[in-house]
Design a protein around this ligand. Structure first.
Ligand code: SF4
Ligand code: SF4
Length: 433
């Protein structure tokens, strides 16, 4: 069900110590600490998962579906993200991982890497279109798309109109299974195995499409725990057709750019780094660039907050598995018939998210900005976070928005108490005289 307010990343208040660690690490300045507990400002959060990585008390969690959700369907298809392959250092092949998924309850498996192969073909077509603005920006990482909605709305037209590989794979998986087994499509459950919270939110609250094709999203960590004990005890069918090395390569930062097979691409990982490059593009630099691949997570999806393996180990494992696949390109494996038979393009526009705007009225927004600057001048500029806002500027903004009071700044409070104490001393001295 579509839930416009849904966020996978949430706070477990019972575990939060109010330590402010997450406060300064959130790239969207979406966290505040008030009354000794953190809270997430829903309208600013992009579910990047940085706070999950940061919190030492595990108070930030990603809501995902339990594996038991697959029991709701007799026909259950697993959609493993390509980053899943990097989680099993001892896995002999991709085929063995796919086979084990069938042993833990799925009736079939459709690789998201195959969705990435199809998305690559669609992307190549879009890149050829002279009417599209350059650089085109990948739509694969929903955390980045949401950040663009909030911080870089002028770049919204640059986002490619191809659905995420997860959605492409879900459409194909359902259609192929329905045809092969003569089962109505609505009796088939399609479940994505996710490396991140952002994809969970993208299913419940889709971007660029009305409704997701995915019926449930299961954490890669949960799947890891089920798969690891039986991995390599199972003999796979090594003849099954795996996605191309280029599709599987989408797991790592740079894989998507390599798959497009064009020259002027740039792959950036880490949400802050992507924000810096987007700023450069917004300022009119990087005019030569044709394509920007941005991943919120360090290293790409192998660095997702719901992965098990160290991202460098996972990256290497993916590269090793890729090197063992037949050297085919998506142009060879994805027939035009597939591209023409299904709708893999986004069908709804991606709107701007105005949550950072100070006011709808320009004159009022300017007034508020002036007040923010005035307040900022009176603050110490330490960006210490003790007030519960991530920086002095965001604190000043919070005051103007009515979220807090200037005396929440301990330095201002200390100065005011000093003045009051001096006034009391002066008063008592005056009385004695
Ligand atoms: S998920 Fe990302 S954007 Fe949301 S609160 Fe955590 S760090 Fe901030
Ligand atoms: S880089 Fe990949 S794993 Fe990380 S938030 Fe984006 S889509 Fe999810």
């Amino acid at each position: 069900m579509v839930n416009k307010r849904f966020h996978s990343v949430t706070l477990d208040a019972s575990k939060c110590k109010g330590c402010t660690n997450c406060l300064t690490r959130c790239p969207m300045e979406a966290i505040r600490v008030r009354g000794g507990r953190a809270f997430i400002m829903d309208e600013r959060c992009v579910d990047c998962g940085e706070c999950i990585r940061t919190c030492s008390y595990h108070a930030k969690v990603a809501m995902t579906d339990d594996l038991g959700i697959i029991e709701n369907f007799e026909h259950r298809i697993a959609l493993p993200a390509p980053s899943l392959y990097g989680q099993f250092y001892h896995a002999k092949s991709i085929a063995v991982i796919i086979e084990v998924l069938k042993h833990i309850g799925f009736t079939d498996v459709f690789e998201v890497a195959k969705g990435a192969d199809i998305a690559t073909r669609m992307l190549q077509e879009e890149l050829k279109n002279p009417d599209r603005p350059k650089p085109l920006i990948s739509s694969a990482c929903p955390a980045i798309t949401r950040m663009i909605q909030i911080k870089f709305p002028t770049l919204l037209p640059n986002i490619v109109k191809v659905k995420q590989p997860m959605e492409v794979a879900a459409t194909m998986a359902r259609a192929e299974y329905s045809k092969k087994h003569s089962v109505p499509k609505d009796e088939i459950g399609v479940f994505f195995i996710t490396p991140c919270a952002a994809k969970v939110t993208a299913v419940r609250n889709p971007i660029g499409q009305e409704k997701s094709e995915v019926d449930g999203v299961i954490s890669m960590l949960d799947i890891y725990a089920c798969v690891f004990p039986i991995l390599n005890k199972i003999t796979p069918d090594e003849n099954i057709k795996i996605a191309t090395p280029y599709g599987v390569g989408w797991a790592n930062s740079g894989g998507e750019s390599r798959a497009t097979n064009i020259n002027k691409t740039m792959a950036v990982d880490g949400i802050e780094n992507v924000a810096n490059v987007l700023e450069e593009i917004e300022n009119g630099r990087l005019r030569d660039l044709d394509y920007l691949e941005g991943a919120a997570c360090p290293g790409g999806c192998v660095g997702g907050p719901l992965t098990y393996e160290n991202k460098y180990v996972a990256r290497n494992k993916v590269m090793q598995l890729v090197s063992e696949l037949p050297c085919e390109r998506p142009e060879e494996t994805v027939p035009c018939r597939v591209l023409n038979s299904y709708d893999f393009k986004m069908d709804t526009p991606i709107p701007e998210n105005c949550s950072m705007q100070l006011d709808e009225e320009v004159s009022t927004a300017i007034e508020k900005m002036e007040r923010i600057n005035d307040i900022l001048e009176s603050l110490p500029g330490y960006d210490c976070g003790s007030c519960g806002s991530p920086t002095c500027r965001s604190f000043a903004e919070d005051i103007v928005r009515g979220y807090c009071n200037i005396t929440d700044c301990i330095f201002i409070l200390r100065d005011r108490l000093k003045v009051m104490a001096q006034q009391m001393v002066d008063m008592s001295n005056t009385k004695r005289e």
